[in-house]
Design a protein around this ligand. Structure first.
Ligand code: BGP
Length: 478
């Protein structure tokens, strides 16, 4: 075993997103976000995006785990685990309730002043995502989200307001969470949460996706430019959902297919890191006859607003087969996915692949030559509370340990420049995909069920003590 292998100053922490834990959806003048109009899913029934808030429906994000009211208690628990950083997002609708106002909402800004001050009290560095699936609903309804060029200005105003206000409290930023999720452009959830596009089955979702995603990368680049002007010490990153595509076999056609799927997922961060579109995607857009509005001025902005680091989530890999499609015709990568016989899966059928994380750290390093930050990783599982109140979660420890062993190899044996590690859902929260509480990721259990019942009491799981030891030994003792 390699001892004391993580660099000094490594940012150990945990990650959450505002809409999945804050609750208090109308407190302090907060507006309605896209997450606030999403119902809970149930046993295989996906979440529904209702047009506005409909009486009688269950909207789990409205109350979530009331981090808004419990943040001091929760940050004290993070500090007890030894967190060096805490990744959260700023709810856009607390700052600009409708998204298109000229002036920000002071009560919303004040909440994050207090939250970041509480973090600093314990020496915990905030790591902030600006847009994590919580666009103001008003922007979706009135402007068609990022389907409209005007939304660039609304986002940049929001970003600039946050950069100015938290100039001295926050150093690490990300513009959009998992911007590459839109590669799944036939998925209502991915499109609504990422770019505020509501799918209309009569139109070409793929063409719309390329347009909206283009406006998003421009918005991101403008925000980066502004941010660096406001504080040159800011570190502003992209954030992608890194799900590498593996070939189903060593058949060259499968290898080529896997490459193609990766190209279609990577282009978002390629643009954010390189400041220009990769050849394959640019050619594909033309070949399909899509005519996105991409101006020469946009291309200059993309070059000027490149990111400082690559943040990414890693949960799983995917495996694709050329037998299921033609490499020159595939549009939706989900059509060619096959099962990987070498991997086990989580209770939600997500393949568990620790080696894929080492592969990814090398893959991203080779592609981008930038520092990396693992800003999400973790296992969604159902936890049992014992009669004595204890929560034994060896499956979670096992998942995280195996992933961290691979991370350590990437850092010590492969030379990857890794800034930190923030496992997802460090405290139980509302699942983004299912809208349920029962898919838990936390080191800290929260007493709340899928129907919204529970005391909201917080308890330490076994994994809490395990992670505390990992941080204390700087990853030497996994
Ligand atoms: C990522 C999102 C998070 C989060 C996580 C787990 O895609 O950035 O918001 O929720 O996945 O997904 P889920 O909650 O669906 O299990």
């Amino acid at each position: 075993m390699v001892e004391n292998s993580f660099p000094a100053g490594f940012l150990w922490g945990g990650a959450v997103a505002a809409h999945q834990l804050e609750g208090a959806w109308q407190a302090g003048g907060k507006g309605v976000s896209v997450a606030d109009v999403m119902t809970a899913g149930e046993n295989g029934v996906p979440r529904e995006i209702t047009k506005g808030v409909v009486a009688g429906k269950n909207y789990p994000n409205h109350d979530a785990i009331d981090f808004y009211g419990h943040y001091k208690e929760d940050i004290a628990l993070f500090a007890e685990m030894g967190f060096k950083c805490f990744r959260t997002s700023i709810a856009w609708t607390r700052i600009f309730p409708n998204g298109d106002e000229a002036e920000p909402n002071e009560a919303g800004l004040k909440f994050y002043d207090d939250l970041f001050a509480e973090c600093h009290k314990y020496g915990i560095e905030p790591v902030v995502t600006l847009a994590h699936f919580e666009m103001p609903w008003h922007l979706v309804e009135k402007y068609h989200g990022f389907g409209n060029r005007k939304t660039i200005d609304f986002f940049v105003r929001f970003a600039t307001t946050c950069f100015k206000r938290y100039r001295n409290q926050v150093k690490y930023w990300m513009t959009f969470n998992e911007i590459d999720n839109q590669a799944a452009f036939n998925n209502d959830f991915s499109m609504a949460t990422n770019s505020g596009l509501l799918l209309d089955n009569d139109s070409d979702n793929e063409a719309e996706m390329y347009q909206a995603a283009h406006y998003e990368v421009v918005a991101s680049a403008l925000a980066v430019k502004e941010g660096k002007r406001i504080n040159p010490d800011f570190m502003i990153g992209t954030m992608i959902n890194y799900t590498p595509a593996y070939p189903a076999s060593s058949a060259p056609a499968d290898v080529l297919m896997a490459q193609r799927v990766n190209q279609r997922r990577f282009w978002f961060s390629d643009v954010q890191v390189w400041g220009e579109y990769p050849r394959e995607v640019e050619t594909y857009i033309q070949r399909r006859g899509f005519r996105p509005d991409i101006t020469e001025e946009d291309r200059i902005v993309l070059k000027e607003g490149t990111v400082d680091y690559v943040g990414f989530s890693y949960y799983q890999s995917m495996t694709v087969s050329a037998k299921k499609g033609d490499v020159d015709q595939i549009t939706d990568p989900m059509d060619i996915v096959v099962e990987n016989p070498y991997l086990e899966s989580s209770d939600w059928d997500w393949p568990i692949d620790p080696i894929g994380l080492r592969y990814g750290l090398n893959d991203l390093t080779d592609r981008y030559h930038l520092p990396l930050f693992i800003v999400e990783n973790g296992l969604g599982a159902v936890d049992q509370v014992e009669a004595n109140g204890e929560i034994h979660d060896p499956y979670r420890i096992d998942y995280l340990r195996k992933h961290l062993e691979e991370v350590r190899k990437a850092v010590t044996l492969d030379g990857v420049d890794l800034m930190g590690y923030t496992p997802w859902g460090c405290i139980d929260l509302v699942s983004a995909g299912t809208g349920q509480m029962s898919k838990r990721y936390g080191f800290i259990y929260v007493d709340k069920d899928d129907d919204g019942n529970g005391s909201l009491a917080r308890s330490r799981k076994d994994s809490f003590y395990w992670y505390q030891k990992v941080i204390k030994t700087n990853g030497a003792d996994l």
